[in-house]
Design a protein around this ligand. Structure first.
Ligand code: GLY
Length: 384
C-alpha cells in the first residue's frame, strides 16, 4: 500500500463513511477501508429513520440534542452530498405519527405534544378523527397520535455511499474488500496503522468505525490491555421486513410500541424491528418475523393483505448507556473510536463525523461530544 494517510478510517458503514467525508471536507488526507461492501452491516439493514424523539425516550439529554442537530442539518447535508456524489440519499421529511393504542399511551403522548416547544419540532396531538383524516389507513382502535412533522427517513445504504463517494471526490481513498486484521502498534504502544492482507498501512491516526466488530479490533490493538478495560460494545439484533405498500400508501412513518412502519419511495413499507441480545447471530428467525407480522396490521390493518417482499437483520452496536463512543480511546495514543450508536447510527452519523473532524483538527465540537467521549468507559471513567 502507498502513501500514509493522516487518518485511516476502518469501516464503511454510514458512520465510517460520514467520518471520512467530514475529514476530507476539512482537507485531511484520509483512507477508508471496508472489508466487504459499503453499508454491508447494520447500516444496510437499518430502516433509515431520523427519529430523535422516540429514541431519546423522553430523557431530554445528549441524544436528543445531537439528534436535533442532525435533523436541522439534513436538508443542506443531503443537497451537498447529492451535488458532490451524484447519489440521492432519498431524505424525506415525512414526519412521524407515534400512535396511542390505549388511554395511558394517549395521556403520555399528549403530554409530550405540549412539552418543550422551544425545541422547534412543531409537535402536535391528533385525536382519533384528526389522525384518520391524516392517515386513513391507521387502525380504528387507535386513540390518537403525536405528530412530529420534522422527523423523517433516508435510504441508509444510499446515505453511506453518498458520504463515501463525496469523500472520494475530495481526495479520500475508499477501498472496499480490504479487511483490517489487526492494528499496528510501535514499541511504545502507540497505534501507527493497520495490518491488512495486502500489507501494513501506516497512518497518523486510526479511527475504528466497525460497529459491533469495533471491540475486537480495539482488542487486537491492545486497547483493552492499555486501558485495562475492553470496549463495551455489544450486538443487539434487529430484524426487519418489507411489504409492498397498499395503495394509496402511508405518508408518514407510523410508530406504535416497538413497531414502526416506514413508507419508502420504491413502493414498499419497511416494518421494524426486533431488539434481541443473541450475540453475533445475524439470522432472520420465524419468531422475529412472526412478531413483526402480527404487530404491523394492528397499526395498519391493510398490511395484512400486502405482499411480503423480504426480511433481513442487522446487529446494532450498543454501549451500556446507549450513547455512542466518539473520540480518543483512553490509554491508547493514535486510536479513536466512533461506534456504539445503538439504534441511532443513521441519525448521528453526520454529527459523529463533525465531532471526529473537530477533535482531529482541534476545532470546536458540538456539546454532545463530551457525553459521547469514550473516556467515560476508560479506567477512570464513570459510566463503566
Ligand atoms: N433505529 C431504529 C432501530 O434501530 O430499530
Amino acid at each position: 500500500m502507498s502513501a500514509a494517510p493522516d487518518v485511516l478510517v476502518v469501516g464503511g458503514g454510514v458512520v465510517g463513511s460520514a467520518v471520512a467525508w467530514w475529514l476530507a471536507r476539512e482537507g485531511v488526507s484520509v483512507t477508508l477501508l471496508e472489508r466487504g461492501e459499503l453499508a454491508a452491516g447494520a447500516s444496510g439493514a437499518a430502516a433509515g429513520m431520523l427519529a430523535p424523539i422516540g429514541e431519546d425516550a423522553g430523557r431530554g439529554g445528549p441524544l436528543l440534542h445531537a439528534g436535533l442537530r442532525a435533523l436541522a442539518g439534513m436538508d443542506a447535508l443531503c443537497e451537498e452530498l447529492r451535488e458532490r456524489s451524484g447519489i440521492d440519499p432519498e431524505w424525506r421529511r415525512s414526519g412521524i405519527l407515534r400512535v396511542a393504542r390505549d388511554d395511558a399511551e394517549a395521556a403520555r403522548l399528549q403530554a409530550q405534544a405540549s412539552a418543550r416547544p422551544e425545541l422547534g419540532l412543531e409537535l402536535g396531538w391528533l385525536d382519533g378523527a384528526a389522525l384518520r383524516a391524516e392517515e386513513p389507513l391507521v387502525a380504528l382502535g387507535v386513540r390518537g397520535a403525536l405528530l412530529s412533522p420534522r422527523e423523517g427517513h433516508v435510504r441508509s445504504p444510499l446515505l453511506a455511499r453518498a458520504f463515501a463517494r463525496a469523500a472520494a471526490s475530495l481526495g479520500a481513498r475508499v477501498e472496499t474488500g480490504v479487511a483490517v486484521r489487526a492494528l499496528v502498534r510501535d514499541a511504545g504502544g502507540v497505534v501507527r496503522g493497520a495490518r491488512t492482507a495486502a500489507g501494513d498501512l501506516p497512518a497518523g491516526l486510526v479511527v475504528l468505525c466497525a460497529g459491533v466488530w469495533t471491540g475486537a479490533l480495539a482488542g487486537a490493538a491492545g486497547a483493552g490491555e492499555a486501558s485495562d478495560r475492553a470496549l463495551p460494545i455489544e450486538p443487539v439484533r434487529g430484524q426487519i421486513l418489507s411489504l409492498d405498500a397498499p395503495l394509496p400508501t402511508l405518508r408518514s412513518i407510523v410508530w406504535g410500541g416497538s413497531t414502526y412502519l416506514v413508507p419508502k419511495g420504491d413502493g414498499t413499507i419497511v416494518v421494524g424491528a426486533t431488539e434481541e441480545r443473541v450475540g453475533f447471530d445475524c439470522r432472520v428467525t420465524a419468531a422475529g418475523l412472526r412478531g413483526l407480522l402480527d404487530a404491523a396490521p394492528r397499526l395498519v390493518p391493510a398490511l395484512a393483505g400486502c405482499t411480503f417482499r423480504g426480511a433481513w437483520a442487522g446487529l446494532r452496536p450498543s454501549a451500556p448507556d446507549h450513547l455512542p463512543l466518539v473520540g480518543a480511546w483512553p490509554g491508547t495514543i493514535g486510536l479513536f473510536v466512533a461506534a456504539g450508536h445503538h439504534r441511532n447510527g443513521v441519525l448521528l452519523a453526520s454529527v459523529t463525523g463533525e465531532i471526529v473532524a473537530g477533535l482531529v483538527l482541534g476545532k470546536d465540537v458540538p456539546p454532545c461530544a463530551r457525553d459521547f467521549a469514550p473516556a467515560r468507559f476508560g479506567p477512570t471513567g464513570s459510566a463503566a
